[in-house]
Design a protein around this ligand. Structure first.
Ligand SMILES: NC(=O)c1ccc[n+]([C@@H]2O[C@H](COP(=O)([O-])OP(=O)(O)OC[C@H]3O[C@@H](n4cnc5c(N)ncnc54)[C@H](O)[C@@H]3O)[C@@H](O)[C@H]2O)c1
Length: 439
């Protein structure tokens, strides 16, 4: 992550196009939400860029501007939306189908939402077994499909008079695959595209096309997408910021809030059993064991990194960590998560904590999409390229360079994010040492 102190950030002038591969529940809740906020009929709750503040200087200085006044971010009124999906539903139809937002609210937004129609998708059912749709591109090779996506981006930018474009993958979770030789270098990946290698997933074709077109890219799902050596190489070459993966919303958000607390107080952990019921299309896709495997990997990684069992073998050396997701249609997007946490206190005495989170998946994800789009655009204008680790705050499984373990603790992540903003402005970092108050 190339980071410079006190940089000149190119101003956020003109329109920002936000392109979303995958226009389902999360994407349409995000789009409709931004439109509702613009009209003053809803508040952007959960969004750091819209509601967050940042302290500058000493606690006694009382200088706490809003983040959006402190750094140059695109205004909500300057955003234009677009994307791709395997279904032809426009954003109004897709939002209605997703059933997240009330019909009364959607009816007020209908004229704008109806205008947003998904472009034909790059899709292969081998990568999302439970889905199939009619709105698909046809190509002679995977490179041809990538070029078609590039052409879509070019056209979208011209038609909408955009100054800049960013992309956030909101498509379904693809099946779990480890990177192969095809992903090892950009040259091997491009050869793979020309030969239509089976190793290359649709999400990687979008990521490649976006980066080739100078578009910063975020990956909201757990599948690899941009998280490969080849595409990281391309991002660096194009001097573009990238970030991922898998939006940190419900149960994992709770985990990264609670686990740092247990560790701070050196409470031991014997086991953490997490189960969910979920009835939206995401839940249906995750009902396929291979797609669930992608999710399981990002969900399971969190505790190990926060608790560091190698440093605390007595406390965290033997944890039974289980994660389940069950597809249960009656719940729709309103996921219910249960956690049973077996903790251990003084002299090894066991205790239990139960968490029952009746959440709304896309309501939690929408502000994350907004923040990521605005921050990755900011990063680009600030000349930051490659993996944007300061955006770990938003991810279940933050991307890091090889050899560096990810930081999962939500509070460290937030400090890192805010200090990055202070750093780019050339302001003093806040370490919370506080010695100056006693001098
Ligand atoms: N909602 C959350 O809290 C949350 C949290 C973390 C991650 N996610 C991830 O975000 C993604 C979106 O979630 P959702 O609830 O909106 O799911 P969804 O099923 O409602 O929407 C996904 C959309 O992607 C489309 N799609 C699939 N493959 C595509 C392709 N190759 N090209 C274009 N479109 C494609 C599908 O047709 C669908 O409309 C999922 O991968 C999910 O796992 C969601």
């Amino acid at each position: 992550m190339a980071l410079k102190k006190g940089v000149d950030v190119r101003p956020a002038q003109g329109k920002l196009g936000i392109l979303l591969p995958g226009m389902g529940a999360v994407a349409t809740t995000f789009i409709a939400g931004v439109q509702a906020v613009r009209r003053g009929i809803g508040k952007p709750i959960g969004s750091l860029t819209q509601m967050g503040t940042i302290r500058l200087g000493k606690r006694t200085d009382n200088t706490v501007p809003a983040i959006r006044d402190y750094v140059s971010l695109a205004k909500l009124d300057d955003i234009v939306f677009g994307g791709w999906d395997i279904f032809t539903d426009n954003a109004f139809e897709a939002a209605t189908r997703a059933g997240v937002l009330e019909e009364k609210l959607l009816a007020q937004l209908k004229p704008e939402l109806e205008q947003i129609k998904p472009m034909p998708a790059v899709f292969e059912q081998a990568w999302v077994k439970k889905l199939n749709g009619p709105n698909l591109k046809k190509g002679t090779s995977k490179m041809d499909l990538a070029e078609q996506v590039m052409e879509d981006i070019r056209r979208f930018k011209a038609d909408n008079g955009c100054d800049r474009i960013v992309a956030v993958w909101c498509g379904s979770t693809e099946v779990y695959r480890k990177p192969t030789e095809t992903h090892a270098t950009l040259a091997a990946f491009e050869e793979g595209l020309r030969k239509s290698s089976d190793d290359i997933a649709p999400s990687q074709i979008y990521a490649y096309a976006c980066l080739k077109m100078g578009v910063p890219y975020c990956n909201g799902a757990p599948n690899l997408s941009v998280d490969t050596a080849a595409l990281t190489e391309l991002a660096r070459k194009q001097q573009l910021p990238i970030a991922g993966k898998d939006f940190k919303t419900g149960q994992t958000l709770m985990k990264t809030i609670l686990a740092p607390g247990f560790k701070a107080r050196l409470l031991g952990l014997q086991g953490w059993y997490s189960t969910n019921i979920l009835g939206n299309r995401d839940g249906e896709v995750l009902d396929d064991p291979e797609s669930f495997k992608s999710k399981e990997v990002t969900k399971l990684g969190v505790l190990d990194h926060i608790l560091q069992p190698h440093l605390y073998p007595d406390l965290y050396g033997h944890i039974d960590h289980v994660v389940r997701i069950n597809y249960y249609p009656p719940r729709g997007d309103n996921k219910e998560g249960w956690d049973n946490i077996d903790i251990v206190g003084w002299l090894g005495y066991p205790m239990q904590i139960k968490v029952n989170f009746l959440c709304r998946d896309s309501i939690l994800a929408a502000p994350i999409v907004l923040d990521l789009a605005l921050f990755i655009d900011f990063a680009h204008r600030a000349g930051m390229s490659g993996i944007q680790e300061w955006l770990s705050f938003y991810w279940k499984s933050p991307m890091t360079p090889e050899g560096l373990y990810p930081e999962h603790d939500l509070f460290i992540q937030l400090m890192k994010l805010k200090n990055t903003l202070r750093y780019t402005k050339g302001d003093e970092l806040i370490t919370h040492l506080g010695a100056e108050y006693y001098e």
